[in-house]
Ligand binder design. Sequence first.
Ligand code: BTN
Length: 270
Amino acid sequence: MTSPLTPEAITEALGTRVIGRRVICLERTASTNDRAWAEAEHRAKEGTVVFAEEQTKGRGRLGRAWHSPRGAGIWMSVLLRPDMPVDRYPLLTSVGAVAVAAAVAGSIPSMPRVRWPNDVVVGGRKIAGVLAEARDLSARRPPAVLGIGVNVNIAKGEFPRELREFSTSLSIEAGAPVNRLRFARALLVELDHLYAEVCGGDVEGFSERWRALLDLLGERVRVKTGGRWHVGRLVDIDPCEGIFLRSDAGPPHRYRVEHVEMLRPAEPRA
Ligand code: BTN
């Protein structure tokens, strides 16, 4: 296990404007998202980041569990008060994913991709996930929590059996242990830039970067929704509207993010 993360080491000369204005590092918590919401209730500053060495009830999208072993990953959540209309909040997931992809690209030789809506994958295997949550949507500037989980130093055999085939980590991809502190700092810097870009209104510029990283765009895919799989070509993705799938026999059909349980290549890739 690498040495524990500390607020002092993370924030030293970090140079971010919003993200990481306050950093909390915990030994263990149920979910850093829950802790970030508790901070929100106590009117914590925007940009407060909660890291945990270990989560006992880490959660992913659609209520799935998130494997968060001690000292082996970046398990963190950021409290945001986005200056944007709530119908743009789905962009926060994309901001998280692009920031992770940029930080991952700086740590391993292969190029990561973003698998809509919230996965970062390397060679088709998941290395990180993003969980954006919003509450009080009728408030003037509703808060949001952006949770990020990155598998850093996890060996193949250390993943639960059911995840092994579909998961990877920075250390697996780099072929050596990866420095969590350096990675965490790089991630906060990327998040700070991208968040400022999107809140500043340059959604076009951001979307271009995001689009360039998208996995599966233009490919034949399978989409699971309502427990059933649909096959077709993934003709477009909109960060807020969802995916557009053209089945072999019809016009494009849109699937909104809240209905998509899984997005996979239609056939295994060579
Ligand atoms: C997913 O892929 O479904 C999203 C995974 C998000 C996991 C992170 S780990 C830190 C934060 N706290 C949580 O409980 N979940 C997110």
